[in-house]
Design a protein around this ligand. Structure first.
Ligand SMILES: *[C@@H]1O[C@H](CO)[C@@H](O)[C@H](O)[C@H]1NC(C)=O
Ligand SMILES: *[C@@H]1O[C@H](CO)[C@@H](O)[C@H](O)[C@H]1NC(C)=O
Ligand SMILES: *[C@@H]1O[C@H](CO)[C@@H](O)[C@H](O)[C@H]1NC(C)=O
Ligand SMILES: *[C@@H]1O[C@H](CO)[C@@H](O)[C@H](O)[C@H]1NC(C)=O
Length: 386
């Protein structure tokens, strides 16, 4: 009897252990208390960088949450905004925004169109931002040293710039790579040719993570790249045959390239964990969430997965949100449908997700269930070796 009970208890303990091996180490950890965020990325996390340099994102961008354009290519908030809010921090100002920025809790180096590798073309030739990831790092490095020189002057500088110890305690977030993939397609490369240069893209990405670590960065939160083959603008711009569309109307070659990028990114992150012993590096699979949302939009309460206004791929480049479409009695009328009820749409302008879609993705990544290792956002300073 006794021994049977003991066995049952042991068996029970075995079941419990096998069910919770991933969450139990976390119970020993405290929440991280990140005092700042430094972000690198493209339009998926640009909060005003490109706007500061090349002109403001036009209305109706920003209408849902900010009630005016706010440097974002979205009707409202981006993942990085939800991340800041959840960490109890104000939204991040763009490093390039010289007017009115408060960097006491971090800075955003992202610009729409940013690539990891420096582009060999101008913005008007390819749409690639000249402010690529290597530039983000130079800006960060400069910001790190000069902010401390200025802080010593006291007064307002103390209020607008981060304390020195924030740089090691901050969360460093990355959401970049999408434009490196489309870059090749814009030069008529095949998917195979695009895949050939992806290792070079990731080598340059890893270099920047190492360089941030060398300057004291310890906590990294890295989003993988989304299913760009589901973006109406990609389908509209690049030649796609019917055979290349999957059952949800997404272009398989582009998603294939994105998934290849993500596999290599995950490998790069695993290598970085080995090389940087004091770093906590979390890889976050936003691809799966975005693909799930786009392919099963109705199930999650969204009306239309993609697109703005008919056409072969439900995309009309002339009707992107913000394009002035028609003048009626001297008033500009915007008629792209996606701009009319963004809370029910996944895609805002054929390229970027709506605030509602971003919120949905955020709600699924915040608890760590799409992270590798499965660390929640607020625990992302902890290294979980597995
Ligand atoms: C700057 O931001 C910090 C943190 O959000 C806030 O406490 C401070 O009052 C702000 N300072 C100014 C001058 O806006
Ligand atoms: C730009 O050109 C250089 C020299 O040909 C090449 O090594 C590099 O990969 C190119 N960059 C991109 C983004 O294509
Ligand atoms: C790509 O191919 C199209 C169609 O053949 C051609 O018009 C365009 O000039 C090519 N672009 C580049 C950068 O080679
Ligand atoms: C334009 O203005 C005229 C004169 O006020 C009016 O009759 C007409 O209905 C207006 N058209 C539209 C589309 O609002």
């Amino acid at each position: 009897m006794e021994s049977e009970c003991g066995c049952a208890r042991l068996a029970m303990a075995g079941v419990l252990l096998s069910l919770i091996p991933l969450t139990s180490p976390l119970s020993a950890f405290n929440e991280c208390d990140f005092p700042a965020i430094f972000n690198c990325g493209d339009s998926n996390s640009d909060t005003g960088g490109l706007s500061a340099v090349f002109g403001q994102a036009p209305p109706p961008n920003g209408e849902t949450y900010f009630h005016a354009p706010a440097g974002r290519y979205c009707d409202g908030r981006l993942l990085i905004d939800f991340i800041a809010e959840r960490l109890g921090l104000a939204h991040l100002g763009a490093y390039l925004d010289a007017v009115g920025s408060n960097f006491s809790h971090g800075a955003n180096f992202a610009t729409a169109g940013s690539t990891v590798r420096p582009p060999n073309t101008t913005r008007s030739q390819s749409g690639a931002s000249p402010i690529s990831l290597d530039v983000h790092f130079v800006q960060f490095s400069d910001f790190r040293s000069r902010s401390q020189i200025l802080r010593r002057r006291g007064g307002i500088f103390q209020e607008l710039l981060p304390k020195e110890n924030y740089f090691s305690r901050a969360l460093y977030t990355f959401d970049i790579g999408q434009n490196d993939i489309t870059y090749g397609y814009k030069f008529n490369m095949s998917t195979e040719q695009v895949k050939e240069y992806i290792p070079d893209v990731l080598a340059q990405f890893s270099t920047v993570v190492r360089d941030v670590y060398a300057l004291g960065g310890r906590s990294f939160w890295i989003h993988n790249t989304g299913p760009q083959g589901c973006l109406p603008y990609v389908l509209d711009r690049f030649l796609v045959t019917a055979a290349q569309l999957d059952e949800y109307g997404c272009g398989s070659p582009f998603n294939d390239a994105a998934q290849y990028f993500n596999r290599r990114l995950k490998e790069a992150v695993i290598q970085l964990r080995k090389d940087l012993p004091l770093a906590a590096i979390t890889y976050v699979d936003v691809y799966s969430l975005k693909y799930t949302l786009i392919s099963q939009a109705a199930k999650f309460g969204f009306e239309e997965p993609c697109g703005n206004d008919g056409g072969k791929y439900n995309f009309n480049n002339a009707m992107r949100c913000g394009n002035k479409k028609k003048i009626v009695n001297g008033t500009e009328i915007l008629i792209a449908k996606s701009c009319q009820n963004p809370s029910l749409r996944v895609n805002w302008d054929g390229i970027h997700l709506t605030e509602a879609a971003n919120k949905w993705v955020f709600d699924h990544i915040v608890d760590g269930s799409f992270s590798h290792p499965p660390i929640p956002l607020k625990m992302a300073c902890h290294r979980l070796d597995n």
